[in-house]
Ligand binder design. Structure first.
Ligand SMILES: N[C@@H](CCC(=O)N[C@@H](CS)C(=O)NCC(=O)O)C(=O)O
Length: 206
């Protein structure tokens, strides 16, 4: 059976878990990272030399990097559904996966880490405010894109929605001021209707 290492409150672990749940793919999750430790043991470092989560072991095939894991699992089990058949739809899904990891997450991370993982007395309010403002700004790009289609790579949920879907939950669940972004809100509402998203992503922020 597929094994996934990683604590269930990690944005990157949630990508892999949500992907499995959407495809009804059985897996066993092992807590690792954060308070669970594990990631610095020599055994874990052999699997993932970065000491980060998630890592998967699919019948002896070991890999890491959350977006690559999502692509692998969808290529194996979700062709024509989570992984679009059409080359252009697949490229657009990839585009949003890359955008999440290279631009969106670094933009929202100071806000999330500041408000969720930093004690109030130690918060850098300037960094938090800047991160909130910049995240609101870049979400305008997502909003414009979603004006013409229900999901990021077309009419149905694909791997392109998974990284941003995990991230947008943080934005929506934080106690902050958010600009009205009608298309992002419609897309987010659609995600919240999905049992797999509810089960894996819509957890209290921690
Ligand atoms: N680029 C990597 C980043 C992985 C990463 O930064 N994971 C975080 C959790 S979201 C982590 O392992 N942090 C250390 C820990 O949890 O102990 C990926 O997408 O898989």
């Amino acid at each position: 059976m597929l094994v996934i290492w990683g604590r269930n409150n990690s944005v990157n672990v949630q990508k892999a878990l949500w992907c499995c749940e959407e495809m009804s793919l059985p897996y066993r999750r092992i807590d690792a990272g954060g308070a669970f430790g594990v990631v610095n043991t020599p055994e874990y470092r052999k699997l993932n030399p970065n000491g980060l989560v998630p890592t998967i072991d699919d019948d002896g095939f070991v890999m890491w990097e959350s977006n690559a894991i999502v692509r692998y699992l969808a290529a194996k089990h979700g062709r024509g559904s989570l992984l679009p058949n059409d080359a252009r739809a697949q490229a657009i899904a990839d585009q949003w996966m890359e955008w999440q990891v290279s631009l969106f997450w670094p933009t929202i991370r100071p806000l999330f880490m500041g408000l969720v993982r930093t004690p109030e007395a130690e918060r850098d309010h300037r960094a938090i405010d800047n991160s909130r403002a910049k995240t609101a700004e870049v979400l305008g790009i997502v909003d414009s894109h979603l004006a013409s289609q229900p999901f990021l790579a077309g009419d149905t949920l694909t791997i392109g929605d998974i990284p941003m879907g995990c991230s947008i939950w943080r934005w929506m669940a934080l106690p902050i001021e958010r600009p009205g972004l009608a298309n992002v809100e419609r897309w987010f509402d659609a995600l919240t209707q999905r049992p797999a998203y509810k089960k894996i992503v819509m957890l209290p922020l921690s």
